[in-house]
Design a protein around this ligand. Structure first.
Ligand code: PEP
Length: 256
């Protein structure tokens, strides 16, 4: 399976800055066959960047989308509108779950909306610090996965990526702690087990599972060598071109 390195730019960069970054990134990376580089720019930059992106080198992702395709939903942008601009979309990111109050029901509809519009959802799951402290991590992950995947058939699960992002390890929000590779391994094995219960072991094996949480060039190798981890979702470090390129190069080294 390919490794995925996904940069989540969150609410950063003007359209001009995003365009300059993409231009420089494309000059710095070759066309990797076994690494899929993805960047998730802010919504306003997606249309211009979709004309600029070299899709042999990298793909674009949305950071969010609305679950209905068209209609009276002021301020929303649907996956039907994102279709053609992006290949992936981050769904259920903890910043949307906890700041924007998105629940599993909404996440479920958004995952379905992506698949309906031929966009690969990157479904984020992860526990907050107190849930881990109270031993609730497994229950939280199970609820979020079952909720998000409720409408996803055996055929469609092959079009989904799952990202494990312990909320307490995401920079700027939590405890300033880093997840250890053992902690990541335990939850990723749990995710694989739940996917196997839902879709069978062979199908579950084919679903990419990424890790995210304060990834940088120094720790990327350790996370990428955790068994059954197929890539990284990178927030803060993806805003610094040199760091993002270094993480991609670490992934290349780990792969070979
Ligand atoms: C994220 O928000 O998806 C993330 C992983 O952020 P950071 O790398 O900054 O912790």
């Amino acid at each position: 399976m390919k490794s995925y390195i996904v940069g989540n730019w969150k609410l950063n960069f003007t359209v001009g800055e995003a365009s300059i970054y993409l231009h420089k990134l494309q000059k710095k990376i070759p066309n990797y066959r076994d690494i899929q580089v993805v960047v998730a720019p802010p919504l306003v930059a997606l249309q211009p960047l979709s004309l600029q992106v070299d899709r042999h080198k990298l793909k674009l992702a949305g950071q969010n989308g609305f679950y209905r395709d068209f209609g009276a939903f002021t301020g929303e942008t649907s996956f039907a509108q994102l279709r053609g601009l992006v290949d992936y979309c981050i769904i259920g990111h903890s910043e949307r779950r906890y700041i924007l109050r998105e629940d599993d029901k909404m996440v479920q509809k958004k995952v379905a909306g992506c698949i309906r519009n031929k966009i690969t959802p990157i479904l984020c799951v992860g526990e907050i610090e107190s849930e881990r402290a109270f031993g609730e991590t497994a229950d939280v992950i199970r609820d979020q996965l079952l909720g998000g995947l409720r409408d996803v058939s055996e055929e469609d699960i092959t079009k989904v990526i799952v990202a494990y992002e312990p909320v307490w390890a995401i920079s700027g929000h939590g405890s300033a702690k880093l997840a250890t590779p053992d902690e990541v391994a335990e939850v990723v094995a749990l995710i694989r087990g739940i996917l196997a219960e839902l879709y069978g072991g062979e199908v579950a094996e084919g679903v990419p599972v990424l890790f995210g949480g304060s990834v940088n060039p120094s720790n990327a190798g350790a996370y990428l060598t955790v068994p059954q981890v197929n890539g990284l979702l990178v927030g803060g470090a993806s805003l610094i071109l040199g760091e993002f390129v270094d993480i991609i190069e670490v992934a290349k080294r780990v792969k070979s």
